[in-house]
Design a protein around this ligand. Structure first.
Ligand SMILES: *[C@@H]1O[C@H](CO)[C@@H](O)[C@H](O)[C@H]1NC(C)=O
Length: 284
């Protein structure tokens, strides 16, 4: 709240021309959080904190923009050297040296989208969907989240999508060195399912595995990949707004809301992270 208040003058409590004190920063932030929790502004909001619906919506819009601007660089960062060391140690301890996380995507259907959007989705009979592709690690931290609305004509999203795919494909990021069966490798990888392209950075499961070795591999791969599903589940249960998205918002705001949810999700992960996770000494 302090960060948001310092960042955006909108959150500073002011007096109007009639010398009446406006809403406090705390009320505006609580209003924003109520919408995160319930998905939409409710009458309860009005009764509980005495803030009107339009003020609550405005507060949320400004709140997410602030969160993205203030905390985005830290909580949506590329893995740094320390992160990479931690991710690699976790991967190795689960039988996947060189593994940096798992990638998957989550879809929602947009319901009751505003009429203003109909034009953007001309030709699409079905309700438009939102896709969130993301990499997650065992601690449920969400890395490289990218967000798209297929059928929308917003080039920014297309750009986001391809640039992040490209980043993963090129294996850009910190240097990663590991050995498997006597071979040296210098590029980390992500566990993925069959929908992802066949690139060296995506290690997929074996369909209809034959033999114990392959069966074992498929089972281990699928077990680790559950990390992403779990983090999506946690994200959605923490922030009902993620499930109820697009009822009220324009595309830019949806982008900011989703990013702000991921940022706050990662803050919680960091806060709850077991200190033992940092202790690599006992990892064989
Ligand atoms: C989304 O967030 C960015 C960065 O914080 C901000 O500049 C932009 O105005 C926000 N968009 C909307 C629609 O609020």
């Amino acid at each position: 709240m302090k960060g948001i208040e310092e960042h955006d003058d909108y959150f500073k409590q002011k007096r109007n021309a009639a010398n009446v004190l406006g809403q406090s920063c705390l009320k505006k932030v609580v209003a924003a959080f109520c919408i995160f929790a319930y998905g939409v502004p409710t009458d309860a909001l009005d009764e509980y904190i005495r803030i009107g619906e339009s003020t609550a919506l405005e507060a949320l819009r400004k709140f997410v923009a602030g969160v993205v601007e203030i905390f985005g660089s830290e909580y949506t960062r590329m893995p740094n050297e320390q992160d990479t060391t931690r991710l690699l140690a976790t991967g190795a301890s689960r039988g996947f040296p060189g593994m940096l996380g798992s990638i998957d995507c989550m879809h929602w259907t947009l319901k009751n989208y505003p009429t203003a959007w109909h034009g953007m989705y001309k030709g699409y009979k079905k309700e438009p969907t939102i896709i969130l592709d993301a990499v997650a690690s065992k601690d449920l931290w969400i890395w490289h989240a990218f967000f798209g609305m297929p059928g929308s004509h917003n080039d920014i999203n297309v750009f986001h999508r391809s640039s992040i795919f490209a980043r993963l494909a090129e294996g850009k990021g910190p240097q990663v060195n590991y050995k498997i069966n006597g071979h040296d490798y210098s590029m980390g990888y992500y566990l993925a399912d069959g929908r992802y392209p066949s690139w060296a950075t995506f290690v997929k499961t074996i369909l209809e595995p034959q033999g114990n070795k392959k069966k074992y591999f498929a089972k281990a791969q699928e077990a680790c990949r559950k990390d992403v599903e779990r983090s999506f589940g946690v994200l959605q249960s923490r922030f009902a707004i993620v499930r109820g998205l697009a009822r009220l918002w324009d595309e830019d705001t949806i982008h900011n809301i989703t990013t702000a949810c991921i940022i706050m999700h990662n803050m919680i992960v960091e806060d709850e992270r077991d200190e033992d996770d940092y202790n690599f000494n006992d990892m064989g």
